[in-house]
Design a protein around this ligand. Structure first.
Ligand code: NAD
Ligand code: WQD
Length: 342
């Protein structure tokens, strides 16, 4: 089976995707600078799959190191590119860091791929590129208008770069995947989301409140024009999302092809909190707080194109997402840090 290079493969979505790639028989090598992840995640991947993965720890912006890696691995067939910074709030405070890191890392990767004639790429984009487009978002919806953060802009700009690079060589087969809201963890409880510091995203915060690590959840806004006043999102189990990458790799076509990876269903913040308690029996103390800057009231995917062209759709429910998050959280209350020796 072909060898796949996974950039950012020690991270949350990357680690789950590496498991699924190994499960279908691919050989995988990872490049990750571990700025937001841990070696332990790679040990756990090996524990889950019983297979070896080579981890190369360096920054993707280091084009020389990347070039050497491709020279040593002439059988790399495709790249799945997750590496980048992703904290929306931090990107507002440090926009140059986000533009530099996310765009430079991608340029470095595309240049080295071109030099070594590696023509297959799957890129992690985000539903955030739809900005103020009407919902549900389809791939044909206008993108690039009303994006509320520098992070989101990097995704939009990189989409343009990837598209232009694809068009410059008829051998190139690139795919852009726009994720909705990934949550959950591998059912083994061995890998999951391990945010540094105070979580920015809803589900890790909920899990840390349930485990007693945080006192209470602030629900940002309960006066939106939604059924219960709280924001609505399209949550997707990270294992479904990981399988979407396997499907995308199997269906690459000349040029660039863009897909939404979402369920098509909207769930409100309150519904998610209640589902978490119903599923796990854990109380989640919360209070209503002011709206958070930049939040849109509601968005969810039209997932039709991925179903029709990739033969992929989500299979797991909100209940599965809550169960697997809690399984991961309760087995690893402080993330990967507790279990370095495994
Ligand atoms: P993550 O932070 O867990 O994973 C990203 C990985 O990339 C980390 O392991 C980090 O150490 C590594 N990395 C960062 N910069 C690097 C660099 N310059 N060189 C080498 N490695 C580097 O994040 P994630 O949630 O797994 O997200 C993966 C990708 O999916 C990101 O590109 C993110 O923007 C995108 N995405 C995430 C979400 C989400 O909600 N998690 C939604 C849409 C899109
Ligand atoms: C979900 C809902 C919050 C935390 C972000 C990025 C997006 C994509 C996915 C990368 C919102 C509410 C949250 C809390 C809360 N990432 N919330 N209390 O903002 O939809 O999407 O992650 O591409 O680009 O913006 O996800 O999990 O932060 O928030 O009430 O402590 O939960 O207001 O309505 P979001 P989220």
């Amino acid at each position: 089976m072909p060898k796949i290079l996974v950039s950012g493969g020690a991270g949350y979505i990357g680690s789950h995707t590496v498991v699924e790639l190994l499960n279908v028989g691919h050989e995988v090598i990872i490049v990750d600078n571990l700025i937001n992840s841990s070696r332990e995640a790679v040990h756990r991947i090996q524990q889950i799959t019983g297979k070896q993965v080579a981890l190369h720890v360096f920054d993707l912006q280091d084009t020389h190191k990347l070039d050497s890696l491709f020279e040593q691995n002439t059988d790399i067939e495709a790249v799945v590119h997750f590496a980048g910074l992703k904290a929306v709030g931090e990107s507002v405070k440090k926009p140059l860091l986000y533009y530099r890191t996310n765009i430079d890392a991608t340029l470095s990767l595309l240049e080295v791929m071109e030099k070594h004639e590696v023509h297959k790429l799957v890129f992690s984009s985000s539903a955030t590129v739809y900005g103020s487009a009407p919902i549900p978002y389809s791939e044909s919806s206008p993108a690039g208008q009303g994006i509320t953060s520098p992070y989101g802009q990097t995704k939009y700009f990189i989409e343009q770069i990837v598209t232009d690079a694809a068009n410059a060589n008829p051998d190139n087969q690139f795919s852009i995947l726009r994720y909705f809201n990934p949550i959950g963890a591998h059912e083994s409880g061995l890998i999951g989301e391990d945010p540094l510091g105070i979580p920015n995203n809803l589900m890790p915060f909920v899990a840390q409140v349930a485990s007693g690590r945080r006192e209470k959840l602030s629900i940002f806004g309960n006066d939106y024009q939604t059924p219960d006043g709280t924001c609505v999102r399209d949550y997707i189990h990270v294992v479904d999302l990981a399988k979407g990458h396997v499907a995308a790799l199997e269906h690459l076509q000349t040029g660039t092809n863009t897909f939404n990876l979402g369920s098509g269903k909207g769930t409100s913040v309150l519904e998610l909190v209640n589902a978490f308690t119903d599923t796990t029996g854990q109380e989640v103390v919360y209070e209503f707080a002011d709206r958070r800057d930049g939040d849109l009231p509601a968005f969810y995917a039209n997932p039709r194109k991925a179903a029709d062209e990739l033969g992929w759709k989500t299979e797991k429910t909100i209940h599965d997402m809550c169960r697997d998050t809690w399984n991961w959280q309760s087995k690893n209350p402080n993330g990967y840090t507790d279990n370095k020796e495994i």
